[in-house]
Design a protein around this ligand. Structure first.
Ligand code: AMP
Ligand code: GLY
Length: 434
């Protein structure tokens, strides 16, 4: 089949790799893509935000499947537009994408369908005073969330009441633009975070490996929040019992609820979870793969990925497309530009890409550009170096060994990606050895 992939980050490079390795793939195109993706896919040469251009390309190149990587085009209704033209799309319609694009929608949906999550109240800008009064009596810490899409940055965890009142004012005063016109005030959940990914066809789902992201910029989960500094899969905290529980208490109720309410969910349902005392509660939903979670979740997946996504897009999920959701372990270390997530410089020449790429590691491009035959940095998150091995510790070592071979001015990365998972596995071995 012919596939058009929309997006141009590390996640889309991972999607491109999994699609390119699919026996059922004929031709892969990407827009806007990136230099790493273009080693696997042909440049579509269209403006991916121009829906008409995307649809025209699909018709003229006999595209059998449109795969939409990022959240913005989904929230903008690209999937709706393509479905109206009879094009098979992997990715939810605009109404279903509200699980990510509106925190209020997601929280109220979870309340309607008894899906476990933190208690919450929502306030519009006109209800600022009521929100302030609510915060006066709320326990601390408390979490404030801008309702709309804010590039992963619309959440503020506040330790004190003063911090919370200030954050509320900043949100209503426009720090996240229109996304903050409505604010969700949420109970703070203790625990350890993990994510689970479900390929959904509107009715049915197939679960992929669980993963853990590392959102903070610095080691030991310190520093400002980022898009994600690294990830590993599978996450030992999500054992088989926990996975079954997440399926029955969270994912199936989402699928049934969305169908019942008239917007069946087709695409990748990303469940961000907080796990404490053996129970998972939802932190957030996303309506697409994670970045950098996709890099590791797809590295351990053994499947005909194109056939899997195409079957989901056609409403008839083909479970036989998956041989194994999690073979071995993978760890992805993000190499970022110095200064990220605040201001950083671009255009630094990257060396060592060929030396880093070997059988045990794969280098995903995230923010790169090709200039006069050189690959240069072109974003905050520049590369994702993904190690793979039968066991997590080796996967981590493979990733770091490859990461060290890559050089560019200002290269910065965390040294502790996967450490939490290794500690958990060691703890388990100790208990078993007792
Ligand atoms: P979100 O964009 O909703 O995933 O939130 C970003 C990050 O904020 C999450 O990954 C958590 O680390 C943290 N967070 C969000 N909501 C909560 C909550 N209710 N309790 C504790 N931490 C939270
Ligand atoms: N890594 C978190 C996300 O993709 O939203």
């Amino acid at each position: 089949m012919n596939v058009l992939l929309i997006g141009g980050g590390g996640r889309e490079h991972a999607l491109a790799r999994a699609l390119a390795e699919s026996p059922s793939l004929a031709k892969l195109y990407a827009a806007p893509g990136n230099p790493g993706i273009f080693e696997l896919a042909e440049q579509a040469g269209i403006d991916a935000s121009d829906h008409k251009a995307v649809l025209d390309f699909c018709r003229s190149q006999a595209i059998d499947l449109l795969v939409i990587g990022p959240e913005q085009p989904l929230a903008d209704g690209l999937a709706d537009a393509a479905r109206r033209e009879g094009i098979a799309v992997f990715g939810p319609d605009q109404a279903a994408a509200r699980l990510e694009s509106s925190k209020t929608f997601a929280k109220e949906f979870m309340a309607r369908h008894n899906i476990p999550t933190a208690a919450f109240r929502r306030f519009t800008a006109a209800e600022r005073q009521a929100a302030q009064e609510y915060l006066q009596s709320h326990s601390m810490p408390v979490v404030l969330k801008a309702d709309g899409l804010a590039a992963g940055k619309g959440v503020i965890v506040c330790a004190t009441r003063d911090e919370a009142l200030q954050a509320l004012d900043r949100m209503f005063d426009g720090m996240f633009g229109a996304a903050g016109n409505t604010v969700v005030v949420e109970e703070f959940m203790e625990g350890e975070e993990a994510s689970v990914f479900a390929i959904c066809d509107g009715n049915d789902c197939a679960l992929l490996a669980s993963a853990q992201d590392h959102k903070q910029a610095y080691d030991n989960d310190r520093g400002p929040n980022t898009g994600g500094m690294g990830a590993y899969a599978p996450a030992p905290i999500v054992d088989a019992t926990m996975m079954a529980d997440i399926r029955s208490r969270i994912i199936e109720p989402v699928l049934n609820g969305m169908k019942q309410e008239g917007y069946p969910f087709v695409g990748c349902l990303f469940c961000g979870l907080m796990i404490a005392e053996g129970e998972a509660r939802v932190v957030e939903f996303n309506v697409r793969f994670g970045d950098p979670e996709a890099q590791v979740v797809l590295a351990v997946l053994r499947a005909d990925f194109a056939r899997l996504l195409s079957s989901a897009a056609r409403g008839a999920l083909d479970h036989s497309a998956i041989d194994s959701p999690a073979e071995g372990s993978a760890c992805c270390v993000v190499l970022a530009s110095e200064g990220y997530p605040a201001a950083y410089e671009k255009g630094k020449v990257i060396n060592g890409l060929r030396e880093a790429a070997n059988e045990d590691a794969y280098v995903f491009h995230a923010g790169t550009a090709s200039v006069n035959g050189s690959i240069v940095s072109n974003g905050g998150r520049v590369l994702g170096v993904c190690g793979q091995a039968p066991v997590l510790e080796e996967a981590v070592n493979n990733a770091y060994r490859a990461a060290e071979r890559i050089e560019f001015a200002g290269k910065s990365y965390r040294r502790d990606i996967g450490a939490k998972g290794i500690r958990r596995l060691e703890g388990r071995q100790r208990v078993e050895g007792d």
